[in-house]
Ligand binder design. Structure first.
Ligand SMILES: *[C@@H]1O[C@H](CO)[C@@H](O)[C@H](O)[C@H]1NC(C)=O
Ligand SMILES: *[C@@H]1O[C@H](CO)[C@@H](O)[C@H](O)[C@H]1NC(C)=O
Ligand SMILES: *[C@@H]1O[C@H](CO)[C@@H](O)[C@H](O)[C@H]1NC(C)=O
Length: 178
Protein backbone atom coordinates (compact mmCIF):
# COMPACT_ATOMS: atom_id res chain seq x y z
CA UNK A 1 0.00 0.00 0.00
CA UNK A 2 1.20 3.55 -0.71
CA UNK A 3 1.26 5.88 2.26
CA UNK A 4 -1.69 7.86 0.90
CA UNK A 5 -3.92 4.78 0.67
CA UNK A 6 -2.71 3.85 4.15
CA UNK A 7 -3.81 7.22 5.36
CA UNK A 8 -7.16 6.88 3.61
CA UNK A 9 -7.66 3.51 5.27
CA UNK A 10 -6.94 4.94 8.72
CA UNK A 11 -9.25 7.90 8.23
CA UNK A 12 -12.03 5.58 7.04
CA UNK A 13 -11.51 3.38 10.08
CA UNK A 14 -11.76 6.36 12.45
CA UNK A 15 -14.90 7.64 10.72
CA UNK A 16 -16.46 4.19 10.92
CA UNK A 17 -15.59 3.86 14.62
CA UNK A 18 -17.05 7.28 15.42
CA UNK A 19 -20.17 6.32 13.51
CA UNK A 20 -20.64 3.12 15.55
CA UNK A 21 -19.86 4.89 18.80
CA UNK A 22 -22.36 7.62 17.91
CA UNK A 23 -25.14 5.17 17.09
CA UNK A 24 -24.52 3.19 20.30
CA UNK A 25 -24.87 6.33 22.41
CA UNK A 26 -27.98 7.39 20.52
CA UNK A 27 -29.47 3.94 20.99
CA UNK A 28 -28.83 4.07 24.74
CA UNK A 29 -30.64 7.38 25.01
CA UNK A 30 -33.55 6.22 22.82
CA UNK A 31 -33.99 3.24 25.11
CA UNK A 32 -33.99 5.52 28.17
CA UNK A 33 -36.50 7.91 26.55
CA UNK A 34 -38.76 4.93 25.79
CA UNK A 35 -38.51 3.75 29.36
CA UNK A 36 -39.47 7.21 30.73
CA UNK A 37 -42.40 7.56 28.33
CA UNK A 38 -43.56 4.02 29.10
CA UNK A 39 -44.05 4.90 32.78
CA UNK A 40 -47.65 4.22 33.83
CA UNK A 41 -48.03 7.82 35.06
CA UNK A 42 -47.04 9.12 31.62
CA UNK A 43 -49.42 6.60 30.00
CA UNK A 44 -52.29 8.14 31.96
CA UNK A 45 -51.40 11.58 30.59
CA UNK A 46 -49.89 11.83 27.11
CA UNK A 47 -47.29 9.33 25.99
CA UNK A 48 -47.19 10.79 22.46
CA UNK A 49 -46.27 14.20 23.83
CA UNK A 50 -43.52 12.55 25.90
CA UNK A 51 -41.98 10.70 22.95
CA UNK A 52 -42.35 13.62 20.55
CA UNK A 53 -40.88 16.14 22.99
CA UNK A 54 -37.91 14.12 24.20
CA UNK A 55 -36.90 12.68 20.82
CA UNK A 56 -36.99 16.18 19.27
CA UNK A 57 -34.92 17.74 22.06
CA UNK A 58 -31.18 17.47 21.25
CA UNK A 59 -29.96 17.56 24.90
CA UNK A 60 -32.29 14.62 25.66
CA UNK A 61 -31.24 12.65 22.59
CA UNK A 62 -27.55 13.18 23.37
CA UNK A 63 -27.83 12.41 27.12
CA UNK A 64 -25.27 9.69 27.81
CA UNK A 65 -27.01 8.08 30.79
CA UNK A 66 -30.35 7.97 32.60
CA UNK A 67 -29.43 10.46 35.35
CA UNK A 68 -28.41 13.01 32.73
CA UNK A 69 -31.59 12.39 30.78
CA UNK A 70 -33.66 12.92 33.95
CA UNK A 71 -31.87 16.23 34.66
CA UNK A 72 -32.42 17.39 31.08
CA UNK A 73 -36.11 16.43 31.34
CA UNK A 74 -36.60 18.30 34.63
CA UNK A 75 -34.98 21.41 33.08
CA UNK A 76 -37.23 21.12 30.05
CA UNK A 77 -40.39 20.94 32.15
CA UNK A 78 -39.24 23.89 34.26
CA UNK A 79 -38.86 25.89 31.04
CA UNK A 80 -42.45 24.99 30.12
CA UNK A 81 -43.69 26.35 33.46
CA UNK A 82 -41.63 29.52 33.00
CA UNK A 83 -43.20 30.09 29.56
CA UNK A 84 -46.67 29.90 31.10
CA UNK A 85 -45.76 32.29 33.90
CA UNK A 86 -44.62 34.62 31.14
CA UNK A 87 -47.89 34.19 29.27
CA UNK A 88 -49.92 35.12 32.36
CA UNK A 89 -47.64 38.06 33.21
CA UNK A 90 -47.90 39.33 29.63
CA UNK A 91 -51.71 39.49 29.52
CA UNK A 92 -52.53 43.13 28.87
CA UNK A 93 -56.07 43.45 30.05
CA UNK A 94 -57.02 42.37 33.57
CA UNK A 95 -58.24 38.82 32.86
CA UNK A 96 -61.41 37.22 34.24
CA UNK A 97 -59.27 35.02 36.50
CA UNK A 98 -56.99 36.17 39.31
CA UNK A 99 -53.86 36.95 37.35
CA UNK A 100 -51.61 37.25 40.43
CA UNK A 101 -52.72 33.88 41.75
CA UNK A 102 -52.16 32.11 38.41
CA UNK A 103 -48.80 33.78 37.92
CA UNK A 104 -47.66 32.84 41.42
CA UNK A 105 -48.79 29.24 40.89
CA UNK A 106 -46.65 28.93 37.80
CA UNK A 107 -43.69 30.56 39.57
CA UNK A 108 -44.12 27.98 42.37
CA UNK A 109 -43.85 25.21 39.78
CA UNK A 110 -40.67 26.81 38.42
CA UNK A 111 -39.29 26.89 41.99
CA UNK A 112 -40.34 23.29 42.70
CA UNK A 113 -38.48 22.16 39.62
CA UNK A 114 -35.44 24.22 40.53
CA UNK A 115 -35.39 22.43 43.92
CA UNK A 116 -35.96 19.04 42.29
CA UNK A 117 -32.99 19.61 40.02
CA UNK A 118 -30.70 20.34 43.00
CA UNK A 119 -32.06 17.32 44.87
CA UNK A 120 -31.24 15.04 41.94
CA UNK A 121 -27.73 16.50 42.05
CA UNK A 122 -27.65 15.48 45.75
CA UNK A 123 -28.88 11.94 44.93
CA UNK A 124 -32.16 12.63 46.75
CA UNK A 125 -34.62 11.34 44.16
CA UNK A 126 -37.33 10.92 46.80
CA UNK A 127 -37.50 14.60 47.73
CA UNK A 128 -37.18 15.54 44.06
CA UNK A 129 -40.14 13.28 43.32
CA UNK A 130 -42.16 15.00 46.07
CA UNK A 131 -41.38 18.47 44.68
CA UNK A 132 -42.45 17.37 41.21
CA UNK A 133 -45.70 15.76 42.46
CA UNK A 134 -46.80 18.80 44.53
CA UNK A 135 -46.66 20.85 41.34
CA UNK A 136 -50.05 19.34 40.47
CA UNK A 137 -51.47 21.31 43.44
CA UNK A 138 -50.45 24.47 41.59
CA UNK A 139 -52.00 23.46 38.26
CA UNK A 140 -55.19 22.69 40.18
CA UNK A 141 -55.22 26.22 41.63
CA UNK A 142 -54.93 27.63 38.10
CA UNK A 143 -57.65 25.35 36.75
CA UNK A 144 -59.99 26.30 39.60
CA UNK A 145 -59.28 29.99 38.96
CA UNK A 146 -60.04 29.75 35.26
CA UNK A 147 -63.03 27.52 35.89
CA UNK A 148 -65.56 27.58 33.12
CA UNK A 149 -64.65 31.04 31.84
CA UNK A 150 -65.04 31.13 28.08
CA UNK A 151 -63.08 34.24 27.14
CA UNK A 152 -60.05 33.82 24.92
CA UNK A 153 -57.35 34.25 27.59
CA UNK A 154 -59.10 31.80 29.92
CA UNK A 155 -59.50 29.16 27.25
CA UNK A 156 -55.86 29.53 26.24
CA UNK A 157 -54.62 29.32 29.84
CA UNK A 158 -56.77 26.25 30.51
CA UNK A 159 -55.34 24.55 27.42
CA UNK A 160 -51.79 25.46 28.44
CA UNK A 161 -52.41 24.21 31.98
CA UNK A 162 -53.70 20.82 30.83
CA UNK A 163 -50.56 20.37 28.70
CA UNK A 164 -48.50 21.57 31.68
CA UNK A 165 -49.92 18.64 33.65
CA UNK A 166 -48.85 16.30 30.84
CA UNK A 167 -45.35 17.79 31.09
CA UNK A 168 -45.25 17.37 34.88
CA UNK A 169 -46.26 13.73 34.33
CA UNK A 170 -43.22 13.33 32.03
CA UNK A 171 -41.02 14.58 34.88
CA UNK A 172 -42.69 12.02 37.19
CA UNK A 173 -41.91 9.29 34.65
CA UNK A 174 -38.32 10.51 34.58
CA UNK A 175 -37.78 10.72 38.35
CA UNK A 176 -39.28 7.24 38.73
CA UNK A 177 -36.33 5.89 36.71
CA UNK A 178 -33.67 6.79 39.31
C1 LIG B 1 -43.81 -0.84 29.05
O1 LIG B 1 -44.42 -1.13 30.30
C2 LIG B 1 -45.08 -2.36 30.35
C3 LIG B 1 -45.81 -2.50 31.70
O2 LIG B 1 -45.50 -1.48 32.59
C4 LIG B 1 -44.07 -3.49 30.15
O3 LIG B 1 -44.71 -4.73 30.18
C5 LIG B 1 -43.38 -3.28 28.80
O4 LIG B 1 -42.36 -4.25 28.62
C6 LIG B 1 -42.77 -1.89 28.71
N1 LIG B 1 -42.26 -1.66 27.38
C7 LIG B 1 -41.07 -1.07 27.16
C8 LIG B 1 -40.70 -0.85 25.73
O5 LIG B 1 -40.34 -0.72 28.07
C1 LIG C 1 -51.05 14.39 23.15
O1 LIG C 1 -49.99 15.13 22.63
C2 LIG C 1 -49.99 15.20 21.22
C3 LIG C 1 -48.67 15.86 20.79
O2 LIG C 1 -48.52 17.13 21.36
C4 LIG C 1 -51.22 15.95 20.76
O3 LIG C 1 -51.24 16.02 19.35
C5 LIG C 1 -52.45 15.21 21.27
O4 LIG C 1 -53.62 15.93 20.95
C6 LIG C 1 -52.37 15.01 22.77
N1 LIG C 1 -53.46 14.13 23.21
C7 LIG C 1 -54.29 14.47 24.19
C8 LIG C 1 -55.31 13.44 24.55
O5 LIG C 1 -54.22 15.54 24.76
C1 LIG D 1 -55.80 37.39 43.87
O1 LIG D 1 -54.90 36.53 44.50
C2 LIG D 1 -53.98 37.22 45.33
C3 LIG D 1 -52.88 36.22 45.72
O2 LIG D 1 -53.40 35.02 46.19
C4 LIG D 1 -54.74 37.82 46.49
O3 LIG D 1 -53.85 38.48 47.37
C5 LIG D 1 -55.77 38.82 45.93
O4 LIG D 1 -56.56 39.30 46.96
C6 LIG D 1 -56.64 38.15 44.89
N1 LIG D 1 -57.40 39.19 44.20
C7 LIG D 1 -58.72 39.11 44.05
C8 LIG D 1 -59.35 40.21 43.28
O5 LIG D 1 -59.38 38.18 44.49
Amino acid sequence: MTSSSNCFFLVSLVVLLLFFLGSTLTMASTKDIDSICNDSFVHNHNKTLCLQTLTAYPPAVSATNMVNLVKVTVDLVRTQAKKRAGFVAGLEKEPTFNKTMCYESYISIVENFRSARLEIEDNDAQTASYDIMVSFDQTKIVKDQVGKNTDKASKRLMEMTLVMEDFIAIAVGAINRI
